[in-house]
Write a protein that binds this ligand. Structure first.
Ligand SMILES: Nc1ncnc2c1ncn2[C@@H]1O[C@H](COP(=O)(O)OP(=O)(O)O)[C@@H](O)[C@H]1O
Ligand SMILES: [Mg+2]
Length: 279
């Protein structure tokens, strides 16, 4: 068993958070019934830091993540309380227009299923290039050039050929790489990745995670990585937030939480992952 995160640079615990979720509550109101999906969640992430969010299915991880860019469908979603601060601003209080300017430029998301973000009827290259044209006003040739560089950076071989292909012509792993290129091409300061490798086979999962870790370090991004895989947490994250039924039941450094879980739920989660006894 190797050490946890041997190469993650030490991170000062008191460095100011770039993104801070404070007391977030999210409801889904369906007719007369209400699902309290997120109940007073706190989460903070600084530049250069990776915070993992774990918890079983339905614990509110995705609803929390989508709240940052206010992407939960409204209705049925209602933001019932709390704040999401980025760069001194409360994102929940911004207009759609202001948020639109942040999306993809300051804060990006990668989802489990690339097809939620890729248009099946458009070639992939121009879809990535569109982000640059939209946010940076780049002209076609310059956007294309930077897109090719981005495809290369995320490890896509023959970027010129891939640029012209449609999503269905790519493997799942390549599609996820395109998604990551699309998320990162605008050089965001915060990346939120929601189970980005769950749909992929194990070997490809590993490659994509290695890629994310590498890009995170190279660009000193603040990363929120949602996963149900504690092995992934051990290898990629500095900090872990454990959610259960909409609440944060435990949070702390990965070493502390894995070594001395305080919460009963966290203990059971760890116990269900037998290879993760601390080194
Ligand atoms: N669009 C939605 N409409 C209604 N309920 C939703 C919606 N999205 C999420 N929920 C509910 O919110 C709760 C948390 O879901 P989610 O955040 O997706 O959990 P996780 O990502 O941890 O699996 C669940 O009970 C889920 O059914
Ligand atoms: Mg989810």
């Amino acid at each position: 068993m190797t050490d946890l995160n041997p190469t993650v640079p030490p991170h000062p615990a008191d460095s100011p958070p770039l993104l801070e979720i404070a007391g977030l509550s999210v409801d889904f109101r369906l007719g007369s019934s209400v699902v309290h999906a997120v109940r007073g969640v706190d989460l903070r992430v600084s530049a250069g830091q990776t915070v993992a969010v774990v918890g079983e299915s339905g614990s509110g991880k995705t609803a929390t993540a989508l709240s940052v860019l206010r992407l939960n469908p409204e209705p049925p979603c209602v933001y019932a309380g709390g704040e999401i601060r980025f760069d001194g601003r409360d994102l929940l209080a911004l207009s759609d227009k202001e948020l639109g300017r942040l999306r993809g430029r300051d804060i990006s998301m990668v989802f489990q299923d690339p097809m939620t973000s890729l248009d099946p009827l458009q070639r992939v290259g121009p879809q990535v290039a569109e982000v640059l044209r939209h946010h940076q006003g780049l002209h076609r040739a310059r956007a294309r050039e930077q897109t090719l560089a981005a495809l290369e950076e995320v490890g896509i071989p023959e970027p010129e050929r891939r640029y012209r292909q449609y999503p269905h012509e790519l493997s799942g792993g390549l599609r996820q790489r395109v998604m990551i290129a699309m998320a990162l091409v605008g050089r965001p300061r915060v990346l939120i990745a929601d189970e980005p490798t769950t749909a992929l086979d194990v070997t490809v999962q590993r490659q994509i995670l290695d890629l994310l870790v590498d890009l995170q370090r190279r660009h000193a991004m603040a990363v929120v990585l949602i996963t149900h895989d504690l092995g992934v947490v051990a290898e990629t994250a500095d900090h872990v937030v454990v959610m259960n039924q909409g609440r944060v039941v435990e949070s702390g450094s990965v070493l502390d939480v894995f070594d001395r879980p305080v919460d009963d739920y966290t203990r059971r989660l760890l116990a269900a992952t037998p290879r993760l006894e601390p080194a």
